[in-house]
Design a protein around this ligand. Structure first.
Ligand SMILES: Cc1ncc(COP(=O)(O)O)c(C=O)c1O
Length: 415
């Protein structure tokens, strides 16, 4: 578009977020975002499903919400209620589910329903940037709870709840990603989920359970959802097809009591999420989802192995990590003096994009030398090459790793 001279700036209301940067394309070696493996999108199945469902029901597109009501395409909600029962032990019907435009919209709707500026919420210390950014924008105070190998630490949660109560603060919710946590990859065991629920009940704080990676577990075994274990209905559960099928579809869902769903529906002003995606997903998933997922996770697991091998080879002991039990991310710790925000800039200039830790944590100090790598979207070859470039950049900027691919760097350059 030609650069026009009309000046919109004086018309902009106060409090708008900073303007978005123009998209300049993906880096050559892209380890960022929650993107999935392009080879694993079930394209043929989706084509078949689209053709079948459009042939049969295409004319219903003439009506907003397909005449299935504002909660979304009913066969998709029915698929979800059966799937959630089977996989996560959640007992819900299609009427307890609201289909949304990706679970990002779920975050917005839950936040719009419950939060005001100045409120406090509790969350895992290292957490999803999309959730953290939303809270910052809303002026909400996020209290971070440290994690261990089993997810959010219950002792630290209890201490935070006691402390907040002493100060007269009742947090609006405890946000958790309990099943393949983003970014740490931990899975909260059932016993810890029960303890979390006990604290939620004792302190009158609901749980906001974000389960968008729950399908991507290597051995396919997951604990029951916190929602399923709750006896008082105080859990809002959200999920997504982004990680199991494809993120560009923008289809997620919320399971919550009608008291909350009805409030969220009143705030969902887009006249329904994209119907075509919902129709195609329902048609594809009912017969194919159960077989698609293990194939997808096998491929992801192989990519994780490639990434861990590449890191071991290129960074040696300078890169520390715990192998996640599923998902698409590896959370990596580099030596304390490595500033991953700086590393991010230098790596990007060399064609490698990474997610610097401080953007994924309530504690910038804790995450200073940590980074998140998505292993789902790059190919095996890109993973190997990209990590080699990253190691070289890191060595130039920070002097680590001193040895790359088992070659002493200083010794080699001086010879
Ligand atoms: C924990 C978590 N929640 C929600 C989302 C949003 O996913 P979507 O809107 O694609 O469903 C993501 C995306 O990466 C995520 O990691």
């Amino acid at each position: 578009m030609s650069s026009a001279s009309f000046d919109f700036a004086p018309l902009l209301p106060a409090g708008l977020p900073a303007p978005a940067a123009r998209w300049t394309g993906l880096a050559k070696y892209s380890f960022v975002g929650g993107n999935n493996d392009p080879e694993q999108v079930p394209v043929d199945g989706l084509i078949e499903a689209a053709s079948a469902v459009l042939g049969r029901e295409g004319k219903t597109l003439a009506t907003y919400g397909l005449a299935h009501g504002p909660q979304g395409y009913r066969p998709l909600r029915e698929f979800l209620s059966a799937k959630l029962k089977r996989d996560a032990a959640i007992n819900c019907t299609a009427d307890d589910i609201l289909i949304v435009s990706g679970s990002l919209q779920a975050l917005d709707l839950v936040n719009a329903t419950l939060l005001s500026r100045g409120d406090t919420v509790i969350m895992e210390q290292d957490s999803y940037q999309g959730s953290l950014n939303r809270l910052t924008r809303l002026g909400v105070n996020a209290v971070g709870i440290p994690l261990d190998r089993e997810g959010m630490r219950i002792d630290a949660l209890e201490t935070a709840l006691i402390d907040l109560k002493r100060r007269g603060v009742t947090p609006k919710y405890i946000y958790t990603i309990p099943t393949v946590q983003n970014p740490t990859g931990t899975i909260m065991p059932e016993a810890r989920r029960a303890e979390l629920l006990r604290l939620s009940q004792d302190y009158g704080v609901p749980v906001f359970e974000d389960d968008c990676y729950a399908d991507l577990i290597w051995d396919g075994k997951r604990p029951p959802a916190i929602h399923a274990m709750s006896k008082n209905g105080g859990v809002i559960h959200i999920g997504s097809f982004s990680k199991s099928i494809a993120p560009a579809l923008r289809v997620g869902f919320i399971v919550a009591p009608w008291e909350m769903l009805s409030r969220m529906l009143a705030l969902k002003t887009d006249a329904g999420s994209g119907a075509l995606e919902q129709m195609v997903l329902a048609e594809y998933c009912a017969p194919h989802f159960a077989a698609h997922v293990p194939k997808l996770t096998r491929g992801l697991r192989a990519k994780l192995d490639t990434l861990m091998e590449a890191l071991n080879e290129q960074f040696g002991t300078a890169a520390e990590f715990e192998a996640p039990k599923g998902g698409i991310f590896l959370w990596v710790k580099l030596p304390d003096h490595v500033d991953t925000l700086k590393l991010y800039q230098a790596a990007l200039a060399a064609g490698v994009s990474i997610n610097p830790g401080p953007e994924w944590s309530t504690s910038k100090a804790h995450a200073y030398s940590r980074l998140r790598l998505c292993f789902a979207s790059p190919s095996h070859e890109q993973i190997r090459e990209g990590i080699a470039v990253l190691a070289e950049v890191c060595r130039k900027e920070f002097g680590v790793p001193a040895r790359i691919a088992n070659v002493e760097k200083r010794a080699r350059t001086s010879s």
